[in-house]
Ligand binder design. Structure first.
Ligand SMILES: [Fe+2]
Length: 170
């Protein structure tokens, strides 16, 4: 029996709490730098790797049309997240850092709107016949890891950035 596993989960959870608390009390510029760094990682590391895995899997299973459909859904998600990132970096983060309300700017938006896309793709991939294939398992793991990272990212934005902006706009 692997007794390390529950302990690892516990350590991860407490690290998450410590990290969140640190950010709640951090300088606004540090929070924004951290969020921009994860945007960069999403766009330049995580998403391209997932795309590669999808393309590879479609080559292995060319007779499976639903993989191509799921890949298209992922591309839609990718476009939505890139649009979202540009709004956050061009408008939202600047408003947060300036500590001045710009009431006419776009309403608060959150990455939470994008998470269901990933959740749905993972759910449907797991139902595919190829789900036991090692390359498909890797793709599912990449998507699940991304989902967790995005969830944490959205928590920071919601509880630090958007919360502050809503207060500024009151
Ligand atoms: Fe973001």
């Amino acid at each position: 029996m692997d007794v390390r596993k529950p302990q690892n989960i516990h350590i991860k959870q407490s690290n998450k709490v410590v990290e969140r608390n640190k950010l709640l009390h951090a300088n606004p510029a540090i929070v924004v730098d951290r969020l921009k760094a994860s945007h960069w990682r999403f766009e330049n590391v995580i998403i391209p790797k997932i795309e590669q895995s999808f393309v590879g899997l479609m080559k292995i299973f060319p007779e499976n049309p639903s993989l191509a459909v799921l890949f298209k859904v992922f591309i839609k998600f990718e476009l939505a997240i890139k649009f979202h990132i540009s709004i956050e970096e061009d408008i939202i983060f600047k408003e947060y850092l300036s500590q001045q309300s710009r009431a006419n700017d776009s309403d608060s938006i959150s990455h939470e709107d994008e998470e269901p896309f990933l959740c749905e793709i993972i759910y449907l991939l797991k139902k595919e016949q190829c789900a036991d294939n090692p390359f498909c398992r890797i793709l599912i793991q990449q998507l699940e890891k991304f989902e967790l990272e995005l969830e944490e990212h959205a928590w920071i934005e919601e509880n630090i950035i958007y919360k502050k902006i809503r207060e500024q706009r009151k």
